[in-house]
Design a protein. Structure first.
Length: 302
């Protein structure tokens, strides 16, 4: 078994596991190495290590070749084939499976593979379970999930890396987000450089809390900004979420996107690959702001 030390923890490179989190109620189901439900031989996973983009292409009129104008990934299907190892418990195991996996339900699917863990939100739309009447044979099941967002997201917490850049910064405990776990939580001093080493750009979520009166706060990502035209009082909270389409801006839980400066650039508020400069300011009271940035690195394959 291939094990290495990483960050003082033993990482098992041979471990392959899936954790399903049903979003409607938070219940979980596990599949993989050393578990009762395991992957079938010869193709237990499909769609986790490949991608195929749609290209917009025009042929040249007078020469060979042409020009690719645009490339994009559409929704992604991923299939899991599993088998139950203990036929003497088939009845209860089968019932537990069909009670957990429901048509058209949404699940966060976490995959641990070669020492890394990622996740994506998928919708169960295809499933086939053994119809074998002989209860002494292993139950087999094949499930296919459709992922509207084709990218896999990291679940690692990179706050430690930012602490090395801003060593005086504190990292208080923050409760988990509803969907997934934030991979970066950064409380910083006006300006910080964040490094994105995923496969693609990442869209963040920004939380601003006023500790006293703040006039017209703003958040910058590289050369793009969102400016909120209002006065915040103590404990007011702005939640700017670029991970959803369209982006949302909420003040104390209520829609407040109409209070944003018309020159704000919502389309440009993302983290490029490599270094990104994040900063915040306000017309007055910038020292009375607590700013937290959440983002997940995104990947095309496990």
């Amino acid at each position: 078994m291939d094990k290495v030390f990483e960050n003082q923890e033993i990482i098992d490179r041979d471990l392959i596991q899936l954790k399903f989190v049903r979003l409607i109620d938070g219940k979980t189901f596990f599949v993989g190495n050393n578990l009762d439900w395991r992957f079938q031989k010869n193709g237990g996973l499909a769609g986790f290590a490949d991608f195929s983009a749609n290209l917009t292409y025009d042929d040249n009129y007078a020469r060979d070749g042409g020009t690719t104008w645009h490339s994009r990934l559409t929704k992604k299907d991923r299939t899991i084939k599993i088998v139950y190892l203990y036929p003497d418990k088939n009845v209860s195991a089968r019932q537990s499976l069909i009670e957990f996996f429901k048509y058209n339900y949404l699940y966060n699917v976490y995959i641990t593979y070669m020492g890394r863990e990622m996740y994506a939100e998928g919708r169960l739309y295809k499933m086939a379970i053994s119809e074998e009447t002989k209860t002494y044979k292993n139950i087999k099941c094949t499930m296919t999930f459709s992922f509207d967002n084709p990218f896999l997201k990291s679940v690692d917490n990179f706050g430690r890396d930012i602490a090395a850049v801003t060593p005086t910064t504190a990292f208080p405990y923050l409760s988990k987000l509803i969907k997934g776990k934030p991979t970066g939580i950064f409380n910083f001093q006006k300006t910080v450089v964040l490094f994105n080493d995923g496969d693609q750009i990442s869209y963040p979520r920004v939380r601003i809390v006023a500790t006293d009166q703040v006039w017209n706060p703003e958040i910058w990502i590289n050369d793009n900004f969102i400016r909120f035209l209002d006065t915040l009082e103590r404990n007011d909270e702005i939640d700017i979420n670029f991970t959803v389409i369209p982006p949302t801006v909420k003040l104390n839980g209520q829609n407040a996107i109409g209070k944003c400066d018309r020159e704000s650039n919502f389309d440009g508020m993302y983290l490029n690959l490599g270094n990104n400069t994040i900063r915040f300011d306000a017309e007055n009271g910038s020292d009375e702001m607590i700013v937290s940035v959440y983002f997940n690195k995104t990947y095309t394959v496990i």
